[in-house]
Write a protein that binds this ligand. Structure first.
Ligand SMILES: NC(=O)c1ccc[n+]([C@@H]2O[C@H](COP(=O)([O-])OP(=O)(O)OC[C@H]3O[C@@H](n4cnc5c(N)ncnc54)[C@H](OP(=O)(O)O)[C@@H]3O)[C@@H](O)[C@H]2O)c1
Length: 343
């Protein structure tokens, strides 16, 4: 028997990718429904070699739908997810609305798959922030080997992390610069074309941004609450693919060579690390790929047991859509969906 799957936000960056990934991976779905706002009702989106007519989320009846992949922002999720979950449909949400709720598991399958069973409390599972997802995939095997004490991460985040409007703004501003038109700002707080912006999401009282706080809080929730994490999150003029420069301090000794070997074997990781021109991965090359790439693995001589690594991944895939589909696969493979339907 196949499942009935709904994709909410199907016209967006992440939603389109979800449909692609469900088709690519042959997810056992008998029926896939594409949902978005009323604005998109009747438009078409691709699903494998088929096209789906988009329906409106508002008024849609989720009875008989097994999984809802939700990717329409925090406010829509806060409003709709509990109602959808109450109809017996498991919601896998991409927004930050539920990530810090103690009754909602926050899951990256390579990191904390066993925690998924906690979903029955609310019938909701949260997908982490895009920067956290790729970070914890790289940190988990190293933490298991040498116990991480502290992480200092600087992110270089692509504009697709700010949705389709973010991508449009980079495109429009870049064109405006070339044809000497006025550069207009809408989505970002400063010009993003040929620039970088050290500000993602709102400012917090301590001077950090919400994006930076998310990386800290989510890493602790999924990996280990004892790990100290500090982050500087920066938007860069790249369309797809987030990069991270990560400095890690361990309790036990670990060499760069040992870390390289551990990461080579680790699920979801792909080490590309030649100490020569071009022997590393850039975000452009990660677009459309599933792996979390790790390059520039080297010892940090300024602290005991320190390493530096460079982590790159497609933020729309591992950072969002792929991770959500992997969670859905986890539910299917562990037989957890029928359990929720019976409950
Ligand atoms: N982009 C990333 O790297 C990333 C990573 C992790 C998590 N996320 C999260 O994923 C979510 C979507 O991100 P995105 O990048 O795909 O954004 P996006 O490209 O702007 O797409 C937003 C989607 O939400 C739909 N939507 C908006 N309001 C709605 C409503 N009232 N009812 C139903 N659907 C509604 C839109 O439909 P219309 O086309 O009809 O407006 C569109 O399909 C956000 O919560 C974001 O934080 C994104």
């Amino acid at each position: 028997m196949g499942y009935k799957v709904a994709v909410v936000g199907a016209t967006g960056n992440v939603g389109r990718e979800m449909l692609d990934i469900l088709a690519e991976r042959g997810f056992p779905a008998d029926e896939v429904v594409a949902l978005a706002s009323r604005r998109s009702q009747g438009t078409e989106v691709s699903f494998g070699d088929k096209t789906l007519k988009v329906k409106a989320l508002e008024g849609y009846d989720f009875a008989g739908t097994d999984i809802c992949l939700m990717s329409a922002g925090g406010n829509v999720s806060k409003d709709f997810s509990p109602k959808i979950a109450a109809q017996g449909c498991v919601v896998i949400d991409n927004s930050s609305a539920w990530r810090y709720d103690a009754d909602v598991p926050l899951i990256v399958p390579e990191v904390n798959a066993d925690a998924v069973s906690g979903f029955t409390k609310k019938n909701i599972i949260a997908n982490p922030n895009c920067s956290t997802a790729q970070l914890v995939v790289a940190l988990k095997p190293l933490h298991d080997a040498a116990t991480i004490k502290r992480v200092v991460v600087s992110t270089y985040q692509s504009v697709s992390g700010a949705g389709k409007e973010g991508m449009d703004e980079l495109f429009t501003q870049s064109r405006a610069v070339f044809v000497a038109d006025e550069v207009e700002k809408k989505k970002f707080t400063k010009r993003i074309a040929f620039n970088v912006i050290p500000h993602i999401d709102v400012f917090m009282e301590d001077g950090s941004t919400k994006e930076e706080w998310k990386v800290m809080a989510e890493t602790k929730k999924m990996l280990d609450p004892k790990i100290k994490v500090t982050c500087t999150a920066v938007r860069v003029p790249v369309f797809i693919g987030h990069s991270e420069a990560v400095n890690i301090e361990f309790e036990k000794e670990i060499t760069a060579e040992e870390a390289r070997e551990i990461l080579r074997e680790a699920p979801g990781c792909l080490v590309i690390d030649k100490r020569e021109d071009g022997g590393y991965i850039t975000p452009y090359e990660s677009a459309g790929e599933d792996a979390t790439y790790i390059s520039r693995i080297r010892e940090d001589q300024t602290v005991d047991n320190g390493l530096n690594i460079w982590v790159v991944s497609d933020n729309l895939r591992k950072g969002a859509a792929l991770n959500a589909v992997q969670i859905a696969e986890l539910l299917v493979n562990r037989g957890l969906l029928k359990q929720s339907r019976a409950a």
